[in-house]
Design a protein around this ligand. Structure first.
Ligand code: BGN
Length: 280
């Protein structure tokens, strides 16, 4: 039978203790998932038929320790929410500036090609939900989950912030043309999708519940992710570029997949032929 509308497994606030966790800890997560796995593709709640299928898409490079924290907490949360889900880690396997937008598009394309999910959540690896009532599901509006971050003292950092974790239905992602592919390095791509989502009339939903809080794992700036100097200028043209730069202009070459027990990792390397014009 269908799972209840509100999962009886929810416990509320989650205590997050990062110092006590090591990469080895994920081994226990692996064993746990084997126990719950009934169909290779999804982790299913053992006792009922899930109401929602969610794809978690994590743009990633070189943050193995963060990934083990992330998986450890997220698997527990999603299980308690009685969701069917798959976690896709999209790994930029080159030394070019990090391109979060493009990785998100690759993840969406890969996931939506694999199966029909109700919700595609693009999620940073360094953000961990502090409450299991933060539902990893979608809405009529595009859902922004990560607007109260420890890093910003749990305040919305500015009106229009759309960074961290954001959930789309297939239709929403396709109609907004996903993410821009042409932001290289840190900053701006999330402000760009905010424009897309509003221009296409979906709007962004942020829960009024006070428990929508996220811990952001502290880290220094990545050398492979320098601030993108051209981001202001690119953002100024965001409206004109919605239907030109995005899911529909994505070229995927050199994709490799590795299936782990608790997530699928997709390696994507930018080939020479689609090298971006270097903007300095
Ligand atoms: C903003 C960045 C976002 C980032 C947030 C939070 C830009 C665009 C030029 C104004 N936007 O300033 O990408 O997520 O800070 O750190 O840099």
């Amino acid at each position: 039978e269908l799972c209840p509308k509100t999962s009886p497994l929810l416990k509320g606030t989650i205590t997050i203790n990062l110092s006590g966790l090591t990469i080895n800890e994920t081994e226990s997560t692996k064993k746990m998932s084997l126990y719950w796995l009934s169909v290779p593709l999804y982790r299913r709640p053992s006792d009922c038929k899930c109401r929602n299928k969610t794809a978690i898409i994590v743009p990633f490079r070189d943050r193995e320790q963060h990934l083990s924290y992330f998986l450890y907490y997220l698997h527990r949360l999603l299980h308690r929410q009685q969701l069917c889900y798959v976690i896709f880690v999209v790994d930029q396997n080159d030394d070019k500036p990090f391109n979060r937008g493009r990785l998100s598009n690759v993840g969406f394309k890969y996931a939506s090609n694999l199966s029909n999910f109700d919700c595609y959540i693009i999620h940073d690896v360094d953000m961990i939900a502090e409450d299991d009532r933060i539902m990893y599901t979608c809405n009529r509006q595009v859902v922004h989950y990560t607007f109260l971050l420890s890093k910003f003292n749990y305040n919305l950092v500015y009106h229009g912030y759309a960074g961290g974790g954001i959930g789309y239905t297939k239709e929403q992602f396709e109609k907004t043309n996903g993410f821009p592919n042409e932001y290289y390095g840190w900053g701006g791509e999330d402000d760009d999708i905010n424009i897309r989502i509003n221009e296409k009339g979906f709007g962004i939903y942020r829960s009024p519940e006070p428990f929508y809080r996220f811990t952001m794992i502290r880290h220094g700036r990545d050398s492979g992710n320098p601030p993108y100097v051209g981001r202001m200028e690119r953002l100024g043209k965001a409206r004109q570029r919605i239907d030109v730069d995005g899911l529909n202009s994505l070229v995927i070459t050199n994709l490799k997949e590795v299936k782990h027990k608790t997530y699928t990792r997709i390696y994507i390397t930018r080939s020479r032929s689609c090298e971006p014009l270097r903007e300095v």
